[in-house]
Design a protein around this ligand. Structure first.
Ligand code: CUA
Length: 178
């Protein structure tokens, strides 16, 4: 093999190798980009950064549309008992966040808790109340606040950028004299 033939062969070989390398580098970059876009899409749409709520509100079977969860969310059910309908949404509790929830000490209170969008954790600090607010599901828990004072509803389930500010207030007034 003359030196010229060998050079020509090596040149062509080199070109072919470069074509393959370019193709594989391009393919790898496309795969990385596709995975990145898919991950961002998933985070935005499935993990509460932007919650898709419209289809939930449109569903007539979800508690989000039940009359009990509209209006004030508080109903007196007896001389000394109340039902509270709590709706968690990014990032507030209704009732509780916009206006404090006011109840008398010593009353028997049943909380019905649900979510209008993603999972939230319904916890009232200083009490044993702690349940998960699940869209489409109503959890309930009963409690009697013995001491007057201010209690805070916090969210203990990470639900997006405003999670740590998802706070509601409960004011327990002095005992109602029956
Ligand atoms: Cu709601 Cu965290």
């Amino acid at each position: 093999m003359s030196s010229t033939t060998k050079d020509a062969f090596e040149h062509r070989f080199h070109q072919a190798a470069q074509r393959h390398e370019r193709a594989w580098v391009f393919l790898s970059v496309v795969m990385i980009a596709a995975l990145f876009i898919a991950a961002v899409y998933l985070v935005v749409h499935d993990y509460g950064v932007v919650a898709k709520t419209t289809h939930i509100y449109a569903d007539p079977n979800t508690p989000a549309t039940l009359a009990d969860f509209q209006g004030s969310g508080v109903k007196q059910t007896g001389p000394n008992s109340y039902s509270v309908y709590e709706m968690g949404r990014i990032w507030s509790w209704t009732p509780g966040s916009a206006t404090p929830l006011t109840l008398p000490a010593g009353a028997h209170v049943t909380f019905y808790v649900t979510s209008g969008d993603v999972l939230h954790g319904f916890e009232i600090q200083g009490t044993s109340i702690n349940l998960t607010a699940i869209p489409g599901v109503v959890g309930h828990v009963s409690y009697t606040f013995d001491k007057p004072g201010t209690y805070y509803i916090i969210c203990n389930e990470y639900c997006g950028a405003g999670h740590q500010a998802m706070i509601g207030k409960i004011i327990i007034t002095g005992r109602a004299h029956a």
